[in-house]
Design a protein around this ligand. Structure first.
Ligand code: UD1
Ligand code: UDP
Length: 376
């Protein structure tokens, strides 16, 4: 490896930012040279800039501005842009996060250019290949040189797919590092006051293609969400993907429903912290509500994060079962004893990842056993 090696982080979509921030910070504290490449997959200020501010991420060294499009058009633009930027910066390692199209494109580009890669949040599987994210996960994991897993189940999935276990490190969840870092700032009162919410309320986020892309699915979902709003006032920071379709299906502000723009990271998590219930189809929100101890109903037939069900507050629901599940969750609450929460979701994932990366840059692939003492 060269003197003073360079690590590039490829980020592009909202959930990438809280996953990367703790890794960037931990690599910085080890004095490792690094830069962020922003693909521009997400570009609205409330989907991107606000996260750089809230999470203290450094300015990107490049912004590719790829924007939106069909999967083929967006991925093609990502491939072209990333190939140029990776050739220009000649990194020693490229780090990618989660399961978005920016991650898939970066892995493909680096595999073809022979640039080593590390995947943070490796080994999650929904076993549902109709989800674009599942395709991205499988391809990304199969091409990554270093794989950082957030939960023990990932180890067996990766082993079953033939990934060499010496490349896999169970490190915990960097998204939860970000949550713990923000925790002292997570005060529901200001955002609740600004939005004019009552003290008792629920929060919903909805953006999965299977839920919001077709008018039929959107209508079924909106009917279920409105039935929840009859039980408790509901605020919905709306992802741009579902904005039009969900409004056409009847999701508009009313006496019991408040539809607002996406919220910044600190505002959103403050709102979740003070909520009596979360309804979502987000990956990250399933994890965050588990740590915040707020009951979470996930409107999906499956989850790549089953640990949030077995060790957290998450329950899978269908639109048809959502109203009754909400009534039960509101009656039961959701206290999870700290010792039952997912192992290694302790705010130290970033430093664990940085130690492995630092050793790897020196030519030393630390034995995973040193990091993954926990068995599935
Ligand atoms: C993407 C990820 C998904 C992730 C989600 C997080 C893929 C395949 N999907 O889905 O896994 O859960 O991000 O939020 O990578 N748009 C805007 N402004 C923006 C960004 C998007 O208006 O800043 C609108 C555009 O109309 C766009 C649509 O949202 O066509 C979808 O954006 P895209 O990045 O393609 O996918 P997401 O649904 O956001
Ligand atoms: N989030 C946010 N503002 C919002 C909705 C979500 O800051 O209005 C945060 C949320 O706390 C989590 C991340 O965005 O950290 C999750 O992103 P998203 O749900 O878009 O993607 P997914 O996790 O489903 O891939």
């Amino acid at each position: 490896m060269r003197e003073n090696p360079l690590v590039l982080h490829v980020l592009g979509a909202r959930p990438n930012f809280p996953k990367a921030a703790p890794v960037v910070r931990a690599l910085d504290s080890l004095g490792i040279r690094q830069g962020i490449v922003h693909t521009g997959q997400h570009y609205d200020a409330l989907m991107s800039d606000v996260f750089f501010a809230d999470l203290g991420l450094p300015e990107p060294v490049a912004n590719l501005g790829v924007g939106s499009g069909t999967h083929a058009k967006q991925t093609a633009a990502l491939l072209v842009g990333l190939e140029e930027v990776v050739e220009e910066h000649a990194p020693d390692l490229v780090m990618v996060y989660g399961d978005v199209n920016s991650t898939l494109a970066a892995i493909l580009v680096c595999a073809k250019l022979g640039v080593p890669t590390a995947h943070v949040e490796a080994g999650l599987r929904s076993f549902d290949r109709s989800m674009p994210e599942e395709v991205n996960r499988i391809v990304t994991d199969s091409l990554s040189d270093l794989l950082f897993a957030t939960s023990p189940d990932a180890l067996s999935y990766l082993a079953a797919e033939g990934v060499d276990p010496r490349r896999v490190h169970l490190v915990g969840n960097p998204m939860i590092d970000s949550l713990y870092t923000a925790l002292p700032k997570l005060d529901p009162a200001p955002v609740v006051g600004r939005l004019g919410l009552p003290a008792r309320y629920a929060v919903a986020t909805l953006h999965r293609p299977a839920n919001v892309d077709s008018p039929e699915a959107a209508r079924e979902l909106v009917d279920a969400v409105l039935a929840v709003a009859e039980q408790i006032p509901l605020v919905i920071p709306i992802h741009p993907r579902g904005r039009t379709r969900l409004a056409e299906a009847g999701l508009v502000s009313s006496e019991s429903v408040l539809v607002v723009d996406p919220l910044g990271y600190v505002d959103f998590l403050s709102l979740v912290r003070g909520a009596s219930l979360v309804v979502t189809d987000s990956g990250g929100v399933q994890e965050e509500s588990t740590i915040l101890g707020v009951p979470c109903l996930t409107v999906r037939p499956n989850t790549e994060r089953p640990i949030t069900v077995t060790h957290g507050t998450n329950r899978l629901v269908t639109p048809a079962s959502l109203p009754a599940a909400a009534a039960k969750a509101l009656a039961d609450g959701a206290a999870i004893p700290a010792e039952e929460l997912p192992v290694l979701w302790d705010g130290q994932a970033g430093p664990r990842i940085a130690r492995v990366v630092s050793a790897w840059l020196k030519g030393d692939n630390l034995a995973p056993a040193a990091h993954a003492s926990v068995q599935p």
